[in-house]
Design a protein around this ligand. Structure first.
Ligand SMILES: Nc1ncnc2c1ncn2[C@@H]1O[C@H](COP(=O)(O)OP(=O)(O)OP(=O)(O)O)[C@@H](O)[C@H]1O
Ligand SMILES: [Mg+2]
Length: 222
């Protein structure tokens, strides 16, 4: 099954009198169970593309099909459900709540379900363990964690909902090579378990571990 199909996506950002073509006609599709690396220089449009695929932003023109359906960006609540139930997002800047602990942060996507607090907490702890987060630090405020630990919290939060597709923006960007390998192996395990994974990376070693590489330059696939 094709889980993702984008056709001729365009997105321009306008700042005062300057405009930037972040995406300039991007088309590709991803089959269920694939693991795709998105590479390209800084500013080439990678995050912009992932944000649109993850329903966090919308394109100016072109089409996005997710799970076999064309996304209608006017249907906010429907899209929120898709985003929450089927997409796991690891943000480039983590986007964690700094004053709360790791467990709380990972529980967040579950608040929209009917799960009990106890069950949510249990699932969050399971996801954190899976992401290799140290058990001793689970109650520490996120702002006190190292970059690599924050990265693991972000990954745990992305997988706690058991999503169909995982979108990760530089998930190894802040890590040393050993932690980077652990995180990549984790994403590979998720992929082996049937999840579709799209991962933005600057790291050629990370890209090599994916089944396929898409390269962006100036908002186009090259
Ligand atoms: N919200 C925004 N407003 C204005 N310009 C933006 C916005 N988001 C992105 N851009 C611009 O669009 C271009 C593409 O940005 P994008 O974040 O997609 O790049 P990227 O490939 O993810 O880069 P990096 O590797 O540095 O994260 C850049 O020139 C960026 O400055
Ligand atoms: Mg980026």
């Amino acid at each position: 099954m094709t889980v993702l199909n984008v056709k001729d996506l365009h997105k321009t950002f306008v700042l005062k009198d300057m405009s930037v073509k972040a995406l300039d006609g991007v088309s590709f599709s991803v089959e269920e169970g694939d693991m795709v690396a998105v590479i390209g220089a800084s500013g080439s449009g990678k995050t912009t593309l992932l944000n649109i695929i993850g329903l966090l932003d919308r394109q100016d023109s072109g089409e996005l099909e997710l799970f076999g359906e064309t996304v209608d960006f006017s249907k906010d609540s429907k899209n929120a459900v898709i985003r929450n139930d089927r997409i796991g997002f690891v943000f480039q800047d983590y986007s964690l709540i700094a004053n709360e602990n790791a467990v709380f942060n990972v529980m967040l996507p579950l608040y929209f379900t009917k799960m009990s607090m106890g069950k949510m907490r249990k699932k969050a702890i399971e996801a954190l363990k899976k992401a290799g987060f140290p058990e001793t630090h689970m109650k520490n405020k996120v702002k006190l964690l190292s970059g690599g630990q924050k990265q693991r919290v972000a990954i745990a939060r992305a997988l706690v909902n058991d999503p169909d597709i995982i979108l990760a923006d530089e998930p190894t960007g802040a890590l040393d090579s050993e932690s980077s390998e652990t995180v990549m192996n984790l994403l590979k395990d998720l992929n082996d378990a049937g999840k579709t994974v799209i991962v933005i990376t600057h790291d050629p070693i990370v890209a090599e571990k994916c089944r396929r590489v898409i390269k962006l330059a100036d908002g186009r696939i090259v």
